[in-house]
Ligand binder design. Structure first.
Ligand code: NAP
Length: 260
């Protein structure tokens, strides 16, 4: 039997990048999927079509994760269509550069709304269903930025991702007695639009080289690297793991701490 056979999963921000890879992988492992997006409808529908073409079942649903009512409507539609929700991946996120001295309050609040409030909204609504059925898996996508990297221009983003670490532990503490596992994945530098946007081919090639040199494995990550771990954490293979954060960065954080 496939590890996610018969399961229903909501993957937020699944129209591209890491979320897309997770949605496709979960579907190939037997789950029925809600592909959430906030703006990129066409891309989300392409993901649904890819899943259907491979024999899976999926719907695309627009909802700004920062808007509680939109999230509640989305989960209600999932439950109506698929009967329940077993797995939530809080992946939707954004990154706006900034440092302490240049930090823009409106941008900081917008990032908190999407990265932190979005995670809270989706978890709150999905957890009600999970607690009732005494089964659920929540996987939060944090970042190694939340632990501490020296990457310039990521101070406001890092503060939102640091919140994911503590929320993962608090949600795990609150929901554990009801049979709900909550864990997070902390990706390193991954090849997605979040990082490629606005760069020429040459700039991206230089960035790839620069970031590869920072990791023990001497490469940057691919969305699939994150999807591989997400399947494990969302499956019953990980049923005794909760409140944990798994770093997937090719050995970048440890490389930093070993540097001269
Ligand atoms: P991406 O390529 O920019 O994709 C972001 C996704 O989130 C898109 O599907 C986007 O869809 C969706 N989204 C954005 N705001 C949303 C909102 N308010 N409501 C619902 N969906 C929303 O980014 P990515 O690199 O795949 O990042 C995915 C997650 O991994 C994020 O949480 C990010 O912080 C984290 N992460 C990424 C890296 C990396 O190096 N790429 C490293 C560490 C952590 P729409 O266009 O429809 O809004």
């Amino acid at each position: 039997m496939k590890p996610l056979e018969g399961k229903v999963a909501l993957v937020t921000g699944a129209s591209r990048g890491i979320g897309r890879a997770i949605a496709l992988r979960f579907a190939s492992e037997g789950a029925r999927i809600c592909v959430n997006y906030s703006q990129s409808m066409n891309s989300a529908e392409v993901v649904v079509k890819e899943i259907e073409d491979s024999g899976g079942e999926a719907i695309a649903r627009k909802a700004n994760v920062a808007n509680y009512n939109e999230v509640a409507d989305m989960v209600a539609i999932i439950v109506k269509k698929f009967g329940t929700i077993h797995i939530l991946v809080n992946n939707a996120g954004m990154s706006i550069p900034g440092d302490l001295l240049s930090m823009n309050e409106a941008q900081l609040l917008e990032m908190f709304r999407v990265n932190v409030l979005g995670t809270i909204n989706c978890s709150k609504v999905a957890a009600r269903q999970m607690v009732d059925q005494r089964y659920g898996k929540i996987v939060n996508i944090g970042s190694i930025a939340g632990i501490g990297t020296n990457f310039p221009g990521t101070t406001p983003y890092a503060s939102t991702k640091a919140s994911i670490l503590v929320l993962t532990k608090r949600f795990a503490l609150e929901l554990g007695p009801s049979g709900v596992n909550v864990n997070s994945i902390l990706p390193g530098f991954i090849e997605t639009e979040m990082n490629t946007r606005g760069k020429t081919k040459e700039e991206w090639s230089n960035k790839t080289k620069e970031m590869s040199e920072k990791a023990m494995l001497r490469r940057i990550g691919q969305p699939q690297d994150i999807a591989n771990a997400a399947v494990f954490l969302a499956s019953d293979e990980a049923s005794f793991i909760t409140g944990q954060s798994l770093v997937i960065d090719g050995g970048r954080l440890d490389f930093l701490s070993h540097s001269g």
